[in-house]
Write a protein that binds this ligand. Structure first.
Ligand SMILES: *Cc1c(COP(=O)(O)O)cnc(C)c1O
Length: 367
């Protein structure tokens, strides 16, 4: 399709492909919506926390008014939980919003943005959207190769994205390595540490990355309510960075980028330790269930620190697409990752026990 409009840079962008919506699969494959199992978007299989649902019902009475553009109450809750001043917090319409804001605020056309091979696709989109050049550093064992990333820094590098744990591969970088990396990166380059899956980390992997923000004026840590907090549909995330960077992000965000229902829901979820604990437990059990089945089937998978697992479903370049289509026909939605350059693999979001079991049964038939 040729068009008179837009720049070559924008036309070169391949639109982000999310997990297929349940209703779409039902239409395409003539299936009953209630029978479909979606393990495709790393959503929380426990659904919405009841505390957040109640908070949204209350907030619904007031949606005739604009939301609080400064998100005062939500920032206060985040500030208390992570021990950072409110002037260090930026709220986003999901953390995707914040990743894009970082690129817009910090990078100009022609400059360079760095990220790892097989890391979250939104980094590539944000880079292209500002007309910047991508430095894609080859992965090491499917994860970030931080020494190689340091080596690859150019004079025009302005921004580095790191996903920890990474999506779609589930790899994890231990705290000492990140800290050494942050110390070695020149101070005029901003590092975004995208921690969308932080809450799922095993206790021995946990560390307080938000405390690093005090030490490193060029660090942005991003978190989301979409995964462990069960609020993907309302779109809310936050970034923590020192005041000068936070000021830049806030200048270019839309004034009302986080709506009132999302703000109310996020506050409730942040205080709902019980739901979070249940989510983590469900995830740990589901991970064991899936990986034990993969072991029994002698399938290769990548050990994952997130709420998903990548499994190799064949050796040929069509394997992922073929198995994905066969699963879709049975009403099971998973995520092909050929667009990440991984055509032999599928990414499976960890679901409820019966959902994982249905997927495993279907996979056994297909492989
Ligand atoms: C899911 C995800 C996000 C953010 O999702 P939002 O719903 O926009 O908050 C960010 N980074 C990674 C690596 C993710 O997988």
């Amino acid at each position: 399709m040729t068009t008179l409009f837009g720049s070559d840079a924008i036309r070169a962008i391949a639109p982000y492909q999310g997990g297929k919506p349940i209703a779409e699969v039902a239409r395409e494959f003539d299936l009953d919506v209630s029978k479909i199992i979606k393990l495709a978007s790393n959503e929380n299989p426990l659904g919405t926390p009841e505390s957040a649902r109640q908070a949204m019902l209350q907030a619904a009475a007031d949606v005739g008014r604009y939301p609080d553009a400064n998100g005062f109450d939500l920032k206060a809750a985040i500030s208390a939980k992570y021990h950072v001043p409110q002037t260090w917090i930026t709220l986003g319409n999901g953390s995707n919003d914040l990743l894009e804001l970082a690129a817009h605020a910090l990078v100009q056309a022609g400059q360079a943005v760095m990220y790892a091979q097989y890391s979250f696709l939104v980094y590539a989109l944000a880079t292209q959207a500002v007309g910047a050049r991508a430095i894609v550093v080859p992965a090491k064992e499917y994860g970030h190769d931080l020494p190689a990333m340091l080596q690859a820094i150019t004079p025009d590098t302005k921004l580095i994205f790191i996903a920890n744990p990474n999506n779609p591969t589930g790899t994890f970088i231990p705290a000492p390595q990140i800290e050494a990396f942050l110390k070695a990166v020149p101070e005029h380059i901003v590092v975004v540490l995208d921690e969308a899956y932080n809450e799922f980390l095993a206790p021995e992997c946990q560390f307080e990355s938000t405390a690093w923000v005090k030490q490193f004026p060029n660090l942005i840590v991003t978190r989301t309510f979409s995964k462990a907090y069960g609020l993907a549909g309302v779109r809310v995330g936050f970034a923590i960075a020192q005041a000068p960077i936070t000021d830049l992000l806030n200048r270019i965000r839309q004034p009302f980028n986080v709506n009132s229902l999302a703000q109310a829901a996020a506050i409730a979820a942040l205080h709902d330790a019980d739901f979070l604990q249940k989510s983590v437990q469900c995830n740990t059990a589901g991970y064991a269930q899936l990986t034990q089945a993969f072991d029994a089937m002698k399938l290769t998978y990548l050990p994952s620190h997130g709420n998903f697992v990548m499994v190799k479903v064949g050796e040929d370049e069509q394997a992922g697409a073929r198995v994905n289509l066969a699963l879709l026909k049975q009403g099971i939605i998973v995520r092909p990752v050929a667009n990440y350059g991984l055509p032999q693999w599928l990414r499976i979001s960890i679901g409820l026990p019966h959902e994982n079991a249905a997927f495993i049964d279907a996979l056994k038939e297909l492989i």
